[in-house]
Design a protein. Structure first.
Length: 82
């Protein structure tokens, strides 16, 4: 009886957890690079280095986050090669 309840609970909770996980990953990809770059710029004291970080760090982090998230979030019609 306990096992069947847990199985039913898992079956109902899986889609919600999957959606929540995608939402978290998309939020991190969207807002993470800007927040990290802002923190790095605030923590650097020298002005030339600060300007370099502001110009270069966010695009680099954005690209890295997108590549990392591509492993977890797939389109519905996308298939992985076997």
């Amino acid at each position: 009886m306990y096992n069947s309840r847990m199985t039913a609970l898992r079956r109902r909770a899986t889609p919600a957890l999957k959606s929540a996980g995608k939402f978290i990953i998309i939020s991190v990809v969207t807002y993470g690079p800007g927040g990290l770059a802002g923190w790095a710029v605030k923590s650097v004291a020298r002005r030339p280095l600060r300007l370099l970080l502001a110009a270069a760090l966010e695009p680099l982090l954005s690209k890295a986050f997108k590549r990392l998230s591509a492993r977890f979030v797939r389109e519905m019609d996308e298939k992985t090669a076997k």
